[in-house]
Design a protein around this ligand. Structure first.
Ligand code: UD1
Ligand code: CA
Length: 492
């Protein structure tokens, strides 16, 4: 998703560094996974923050890690390999985290430092851009992003002096009853002039309820040496809300989804039911796509113009061509051609390629298979490790027996093939161009182009078997009645 009015990312801001705090434990998530690696809209919390940091085009991005450092570092090298990662030592607190982050910056860096938390995923680059501009336009040593919250519980409160500037920040756990009534909260997002911050951080102690080195204590220290600290309130509190537990994770996910859905609506996508449509941050949609209720688009899914997707469809890393129709389908790493039709009730597994105007119909599972342009697998089939040419029709109930218990083997079906219903293609096997197969055929040998393959045993009818073996049953009576009718109609 591209942002609204973001700063210009094409020119590096040499006077800007961003420190991303990601060392905390996140105990309230009650998870074996580090908090900042929990995901929304197909990206980790940290991933969202790093993408936003990158949009500011800073000269330096530093991520501070400690808890579950190895998995957090592995993730960072996946999503943003060129940033600096530093370890926080065993001194706890956001102040210590920033102190080690600053130590990683070049000693001669004398610009501004943006501090963001790895657990605040909804904050966007445009808002950070405004914060930076505000800070640079004034003379404050620090400018923090605040918000007025209906329920400020859990947040640090912004205590303002009589001159309106920020006097100090008090954490929830250290606040007096009076201070707890303050509704302006600290978002945990700041811009500092690096010099004063560098000087004051070593003076921050741990004499507080949590025995941690609070970054927020720098505010009072800066005031103490005659510096100003300003606070810029955001209008929308949700933008700075942190994710500390799974309730907040779901709220943030819903909010982010609303933003993404709205973005695509304004880009020309019809979304019948925004509340049940979930679109990941990295999905791309063209104009005149229509999404029906219950559609989830995940990963790098890409949908071309005029395609209609849903209802009740999940596409993961899947491409859908122009004007295709995909209904009640689950697809992963599949490519669906222009004008093709998929579902209802289709299961496309990785490596499925459906050509233009092709069809994968009802109760059909496909895997690692190419179905050529105009070819159809309309009903009740499993097609695996298969190549189908163009304009062929695979009969209802066809199964490719691709696995011999040891190896997976390929089936190759030519173009303009007409295979009968209820076939088994025992791989490896080839069916030539223009060939036919009879209903019920088990194709074990290659079928030459233009041939008809049949291998079912000739049908034998044992007349009177029911009367002889099942006398007195409803079937026997029905048979007797039918033969009376026959003889009557023959008598006429
Ligand atoms: C912090 C602020 C609080 C603010 C709130 C906004 C402090 C002392 N308090 O509180 O004023 O209202 O954010 O969401 O800063 N982290 C580290 N190292 C640590 C501890 C934390 O890197 O030793 C990281 C965490 O991974 C997280 C961020 O810092 O990304 C914030 O930590 P968290 O424990 O969630 O702080 P809050 O209690 O929410
Ligand atoms: Ca937090």
């Amino acid at each position: 998703m591209t942002d609204r009015s973001t700063p210009d990312p094409s020119t590096t801001d040499t006077r800007l560094a961003v420190i991303v705090l990601a060392a905390g434990q996140g105990t309230r998530m009650k998870s074996s996974r580090p908090k900042v690696l929990h995901t929304l809209a197909g990206r980790s919390l940290l991933g969202h923050v790093l993408v936003t940091a990158g949009r500011l085009a800073p000269a330096h991005v530093v991520a501070v890690v400690r808890h579950e450092r190895d998995s957090v570092i592995a993730h960072i090298s996946d999503v943003m390999p060129d940033i600096l990662v530093v370890d926080q030592d065993d001194i706890p607190g956001t102040g210590r985290a920033v102190e080690v982050g600053i130590a990683a910056l070049p000693a001669d860096f004398d610009g501004d430092v943006v501090v963001v938390s790895g657990d605040v995923p909804l904050l966007d680059a445009a808002t950070l851009g405004i914060l930076i501009d505000t800070h640079r336009a004034g003379s404050a040593a620090a400018t923090l992003l605040s918000a007025v919250m209906d329920d400020a519980t859990g947040y640090g409160r912004v205590v303002r002096a009589s001159d309106g500037e920020v006097d100090r920040i008090v954490e929830q756990k250290d606040a007096t009853d009076d201070e707890l009534t303050i509704t302006e909260i600290n978002s945990g997002t700041y811009v500092f002039r690096v010099g004063p911050l560098r000087d004051q951080l070593p003076k921050v102690g741990i004499e507080n309820a949590q025995k941690e080195k609070y970054l927020t204590d720098v505010v009072a220290l800066l005031r103490g040496i005659g510096e100003t600290v300003s606070a810029l309130p955001v209008r929308e509190g949700w933008m700075v809300s942190g994710v500390n537990d799974r309730v907040q994770l779901a709220e943030a996910a819903r909010r982010m989804n609303e933003l993404i859905v709205r973005h695509w609506q304004l880009e020309g996508v019809t979304v019948d039911d925004p509340a049940t449509t979930w679109i990941d941050a990295d999905v791309t949609l063209a104009e005149d796509v229509q999404l029906l209720p219950g559609t989830q688009l995940k990963g790098a899914t890409k949908i071309d113009s005029g395609a209609i997707v849903g209802p009740d469809t999940t596409l993961v890393d899947t491409e859908v061509g122009a004007n295709a129709r995909v209904s009640r389908t689950d697809a992963t790493l599949a490519v669906i051609g222009a004008g093709a039709s998929v579902g209802p009730f289709a299961y496309l597994r990785p490596g499925t390629y459906l050509g233009a105007d092709g069809k994968i119909g009802t109760f059909v599972e496909t895997k690692n298979s190419t179905i050529g342009a105009g070819s159809k697998v309309p009903h009740l089939s499993y097609i695996g490790d298969t190549e189908v040419g163009e304009q062929s029709n695979v009969g209802a109930g066809t199964i490719t027996a691709n696995y011999d218990g040891v190896n997976k083997n390929r089936t190759v079906v030519g173009s303009h093939v007409r295979s009968g219903s209820h076939n088994v293609f025992v791989a490896p096997v080839r069916i030539g161009d223009g060939a036919y197969t009879g209903a019920g055929t088990v194709v074990r040998k290659d079928v030459p182009p233009g041939a008809l393959a049949i291998n079912v045993a000739p049908q034998r009818n044992m007349a009177g078997w029911v009367e002889a073996n099942r006398a007195g049953t409803a079937a026997a009576k029905a048979a007797a009645a039918a033969s009376d009718d026959d003889s009557e109609s023959q008598a006429k």
